[in-house]
Write a protein that binds this ligand. Structure first.
Ligand code: FES
Length: 106
């Protein structure tokens, strides 16, 4: 395998992703949400840091993902909390796209 893809896992094809529709994937025990936004793919934890909710069940507003349970908002690009009740930022993951295949580093 290309060494630059060391520790990267193939998780989806670009054709699986729709602009600003969160797409859930699991890598081992990690629950991750992929978000295609303006031709870039971002990977963030799919689990809200407030209580347990899958962020991929929420929605994207501009560049923020909104939790379906209590409407906390996080930056898709940095994982930062934008709106309470969550107080802890989301983990983000490095993403590479090679030949239409999306890879996430875990
Ligand atoms: S579980 Fe996400 S805001 Fe409460």
């Amino acid at each position: 395998m290309d060494e630059s893809l060391e520790n990267y896992h193939a998780v989806a094809s670009m054709s699986d992703l729709e602009d600003r529709v969160p797409y859930p994937v699991d890598v081992g025990a990690e629950e991750i949400a992929l978000v295609l936004m303006d031709d870039n793919v971002y990977a963030i934890s799919n689990v809200c840091t407030h209580e347990y909710a899958c962020l991929s069940d929420g929605y994207i507003e501009e560049d923020r993902i909104v939790c379906p349970l209590h409407l906390a908002e996080f930056s898709v690009t940095t994982g930062e909390v934008i709106e309470e009740p969550a107080e802890e930022d989301l983990q983000t993951y490095s993403v590479k796209v090679v030949d239409d295949q999306v890879y996430v580093k875990v």
